[in-house]
Design a protein around this ligand. Structure first.
Ligand code: CO8
Length: 258
């Protein structure tokens, strides 16, 4: 399916969704977010896809929500129109693992979009920021919540209040990104992580995603109980039996998502 603001390619069980508004540093306008929600839904529904990589260009993952488009709107437009609500909900409904491969700017909604993914691999050129304060607004699609959970209150306050950018090295040190690689190797690294995930049982990968995400929503004892029950439940799967037999028999497991 053709998109105006995205390129989508499925190879070896990995869907690569590339944001493509080069003239606006991949700023997130309504068209892009609608298309992104659709592409994510299609990747979720495509049995060939076992992992998703979301990326941008060398210069920008995404430089935020489209300020030109937003500048025309008033409170009633954004409140009654639930600006970006349905699109972000659709992305968060994806149950398959999503890796954000970030080079260049990931600012405002761009940083928030990267944080909606399951983990972020950054190029050494990446710059993260929540500069909405400079526009007279606050983050609107998760920045104050997810950045705080990722890097802690002190750094999150600093980023949101000063609007400063964080480079890739600081982002890794602070727990916002899982790995930093030279820009030239970004897609290789992301694709190799995605290929590793694609080899696992989809049942187990989905359970991992649900359990880790649960840790962001509930207290420790509830989270531990959820994890333990998930662990117990996986004993009902053939893939669990295969994984353990393969270890005992010193061979590679052959998972069948059963
Ligand atoms: N929106 C629209 N256009 C943009 C954006 C943007 N966010 N960012 C860059 N562009 C455009 C520029 O206007 C420019 O277009 P043109 O060539 O037509 O003038 C083009 O992209 C290139 O940008 P620059 O010339 O500015 O490139 P520089 O390399 O000089 O600077 C920066 C790069 C530093 C990234 C700079 O472009 C910048 O500061 N951009 C804005 C960053 C920003 O403030 N982002 C936050 C936006 S607000 C937000 O994301 C809120 C999200 C929550 C919404 C939820 C709603 C419920």
């Amino acid at each position: 399916m053709g998109y105006e603001t995205l390129n989508v390619d499925v190879t070896n069980h990995v869907a690569v969704i590339k944001l493509n508004r080069p003239d606006a540093l991949n700023a997130l306008n309504s068209k892009l977010l609608t298309e992104l929600a659709k592409a994510m839904g299609q990747a979720q529904g495509n049995d060939k896809v076992r992992c998703i990589v979301l990326t941008g260009s060398d210069k920008a993952f995404a430089a935020g929500a489209d300020i030109r488009e937003m500048s025309e709107k008033n409170f009633v437009d954004v409140f009654m129109g639930d600006l970006f609500g349905p699109e972000t909900d659709a992305i968060l409904r994806v149950r398959k693992p999503i890796i954000a491969a970030v080079a260049g700017y990931a600012l405002g909604g761009g940083c928030e979009l990267a944080m909606m993914c399951d983990f972020i691999i950054a190029a050494d050129t990446a710059k993260f920021g929540q500069p909405e304060i400079n526009l007279g607004v606050v983050a609107g699609i998760g920045g104050t919540q997810r950045l705080t959970r990722a890097v802690g209150k002190a750094k999150s306050m600093d980023m949101h209040l000063t609007g400063r950018f964080m480079d890739a090295e600081e982002a890794e040190r602070s727990g916002l990104v899982s790995r930093v690689v030279p820009a030239k190797k970004l897609m290789d690294e992301a694709m190799s992580a995605a290929a590793k995930i694609a080899e696992k049982s989809m049942i187990t990968a989905t359970a991992v995603k649900e359990a880790v995400n649960r840790s962001q929503e509930v207290g420790l004892s509830e989270g531990l109980l959820f994890e333990k029950r998930m662990f117990h439940a996986l004993f009902a799967t053939e893939d669990r039996a295969e994984g353990m037999s393969a270890f005992v028999e010193k061979r590679e497991p052959q998972f069948r998502d059963k």
